[in-house]
Design a protein around this ligand. Structure first.
Ligand code: NAP
Length: 306
């Protein structure tokens, strides 16, 4: 059957592409399904400097493209489609997609995570009109403007620093008085003269008619509210695992991630999970790639035992 594969990988980020490389090199008939561009979230990163082998750093987009090229070299097939269902069937697992159904003997779920919404008035209405989740994509539109970044993790700080290349000032709004981001990023942010910090502050509303003009914020210690002027609001308040396509097939942990054993196998034999979608993932491109390699090696062993 043309739509039958030994291994089907769902998701084309570092986890999925590395799984694709290993499975294809193992001479397994392998299909990778990705709805967007290769690289997953890392494709949005302007400069990746903690992926080994690139001492000068590399753009996330280029890294994703290189990973794809390398896997394709060994025969990985890909299809651009959205997966909306994964179901057990006679003789394997059916992957239901917008481009039709595929049957797999082994499945590797590497669907990653997407940025959370803040959930305040104005956010959805002004999305694409100053509200953004991608500094690399939208930062250049705000040359010499004041922009706000919401969040205190690695994403907020890293993207905030990136935005200083364009903006006249980057105001980082964090709900506590200490950043969650790594020390190295904190050092860089504090040393950057274009960065300002609004501590103990939450955003209550994003303001503007046609475009973002400011944010209404509240100090959580004093309770006082105020308005800050900004042309954009970049939101980095954590990430949500992409598990919609899994439905009730697998049980998830309290964060909505998939538990696996050390071989990346889920509670269902022959179904593996890798990368940010996996419980206890370190949520780094390199650890996702490692998960992908392990999942593919485990899938190969599973298929041999069948
Ligand atoms: P994160 O580490 O979960 O941080 C989310 C930040 O948003 C936290 O500072 C959190 O505040 C804040 N927050 C959450 N909900 C909020 C709300 N409703 N209102 C206001 N603030 C809210 O998420 P992330 O920064 O996207 O990073 C995710 C993972 O990717 C991490 O493991 C990170 O190390 C990794 N990552 C790594 C790199 C890198 O290595 N260069 C770059 C980006 C991401 P609290 O601190 O108070 O909880």
């Amino acid at each position: 059957m043309g739509n039958t594969y030994e291994v089907i990988i769902v998701g084309g980020g570092p986890a999925g592409l590395t799984a694709g490389l290993y499975a294809s090199r193992a001479r397994l008939r392998t299909l990778l399904i990705e709805k967007g561009i290769f690289g997953g979230q890392i494709a949005n990163a302007a400069h990746v400097e903690n992926y080994p082998g690139f001492p000068d750093g590399i753009s996330g987009l280029e890294l994703g493209e290189l990973m794809h090229r390398q896997a394709k070299e060994y025969g990985l097939e890909t299809v651009a489609a959205e997966v909306y269902g994964i179901a057990l069937a006679m003789g394997g697992t059916v992957i239901e997609t917008t481009e039709g159904d595929y049957l797999a003997n082994a499945v590797i779920i590497a669907t990653g995570a997407e940025f959370n919404r803040l959930g305040v008035p104005g956010e959805e209405r002004l999305s694409g009109k100053g509200v953004s989740y991608c500094a690399t994509c939208d930062g250049p539109f705000f040359k010499d403007r004041v922009v706000a970044v919401v969040g205190g993790g690695d994403s907020a700080v890293e993207e905030g620093i990136l935005l200083t290349r364009f903006a006249s000032e980057v105001i980082l709004i964090h709900r506590r008085d200490q950043l969650r981001a790594s020390r190295l990023l904190q050092e860089r942010a504090f040393a950057n003269k274009k960065m300002a910090f609004l501590w103990d502050t939450v955003v209550e509303e994003i303001l503007g008619n046609e475009r973002v003009t400011g944010l209404r914020v509240r100090n959580v210690k004093t309770g006082s509210t105020s308005t800050i002027e900004a042309s954009a609001a970049f939101i980095y308040v954590g990430q949500r695992p992409n598990t919609d396509c899994i439905g009730k097939l697998l049980s998830l942990d309290e964060e909505g991630r998939i538990p696996t054993d050390g071989r990346m196998e889920t509670e269902i034999k022959g179904i593996f999970a890798a990368g940010d979608i996996r419980k206890n993932s370190s949520r780094q491109a390199i650890t996702a790639a490692g998960d992908g390699a392990t999942a593919a090696i485990s899938a190969e062993k599973f298929l041999i035992q069948q």
